[in-house]
Ligand binder design. Structure first.
Ligand code: FES
Length: 106
């Protein structure tokens, strides 16, 4: 499954949520680079797009878990794992292509 968007569609530090089927995708831009993650927090499913950014970390609005948007890594308690799925992006002819899983994990 793929999502195409114009490369300037997402503003710096914006947390944009897009729903595609059963999948919620979080798009954000940090220091000019666009990132895409699963928007549903893997702790209890709250949408990370309802939270906020601190540096390169998105903070979940429900219980405060933090994920680095550059890697999806859970930075709250890294040794416990629980990283957030990050989706690869590609620039194709001036547009951004986001590769999404065929079936959501949930
Ligand atoms: S749902 Fe995100 S920290 Fe609990």
């Amino acid at each position: 499954m793929r999502l195409m968007l114009a490369k300037d569609d997402v503003e710096e530090r914006e947390l944009r949520s897009i729903r595609i089927g059963d999948l919620w995708v979080l798009l954000t831009r940090v220091e000019g680079t666009l990132f895409a993650l699963d928007d549903q927090c893997n702790h209890a499913g709250c949408l990370l797009s309802g939270g906020w950014l601190e540096g390169s970390e998105v903070v979940c609005p429900c219980h405060g878990r933090r994920y680095d948007v550059r890697s999806g890594r859970n930075t709250t308690v890294p040794r416990l794992g629980g990283d957030q799925e990050r989706y690869p992006l590609d620039l194709v002819g001036g547009e951004v292509l986001v590769e999404l899983p065929e079936r959501p994990r949930r």
